[in-house]
Design a protein around this ligand. Sequence first.
Ligand code: SF4
Ligand code: SF4
Length: 356
Amino acid sequence: MLDFTYLCSKLRLKSFYKSFSLGYSLGQVPPPKFVVWDCTRRCNLDCKHCGAKKESYEKELSTSEVKEIISELANYNVEYFTVTGGEPLVRKDLLEIFAFAKSQGLKTGLATNGFFIDDKNCKDIVSVFDSVQISIDGREKTHNEIRDNPLAFQKAVGAIKLLKRNKCKQISVSSVISPINLIDFEYLADLMHEIEIDFWKVVSVMPIGKVKNCKSLYLSKEDFIKLLRLTEKYREKNKGKLRIEFGENLGYLGKYDKKVREEPFFCPVGFLACCIGVDGSVRGCPEQPDISLFQEGNVLKTSLQEIWERGFKKYRDLDFHEEAECGECKFRDDCRGGCRVMRLDKINCSVSRYDI
Ligand code: SF4
Ligand code: SF4
């Protein structure tokens, strides 16, 4: 059954690429389905693996600037407007902004550490966000040590319970797996089941932010194979009851791809998704550093429609074919060069890196 789901999804993905390429060759690019707003670098916690601490800004987009951008996205038929950071809930205008986004007909999502969700604001959060993703990285001790905060775990799990009680439409958990918390994988899997979330996102660290200078947080080959096997075992036991989204940043996973994923590897950048940064510059996804290599324009100067239609060429023109390793690779149609962020440290190829 799991294989069948994967196969159907692979066929859908093939036909998506085909029709996108045809439209693109005729100068027609459909609007992005997902626009993520990377709204702030500020955060109340300080995770060891934080990928967000990669640049600083003098100022953030103002409430009125974001509302103007939202109106444009709604007119352009973007479907989802989601927010991440830093910690988005440090912005005092966040609920006002997302109430506006909902009034414009957009579907909305929030990625948060959960710390600021409480009895008083949970109802409002649920009314303006269609989905909420909370980070949990291990059992209480591990999670708190990673964040250097004794309350972080309790607050995150408490937030999920509150969201459930207030009937949040979709709740997911994101876990960043590194050598620090691999040992907690089974604990986490049981916890996800117990707290009855809608899906669990499992990713690994990326060579950005604090990790740029802390490569001991990369998984060794042995640990990585262990993670794949644990995930495979859990999926078999769980029989599809809890959906796992396994690390898109890990790219194509060879023979393991269909064992650990419901859907084949797909990087949505330039095809379905893009990201608006803290000062309005547009890049592919929040994990990509906000640097010229990834920037495609700025929404304070150019409309998102123009940036989207004219930019993102390297993703659509398959520039990875030019690279020696990927260009000749037998998996290149499945992998398309892997994750662009991992490529910054030449760790985008899980197949050769882990010999899988
Ligand atoms: S060589 Fe390139 S295309 Fe092939 S699996 Fe590795 S990253 Fe993907
Ligand atoms: S560039 Fe990497 S992290 Fe960003 S969306 Fe693509 S696969 Fe994910």
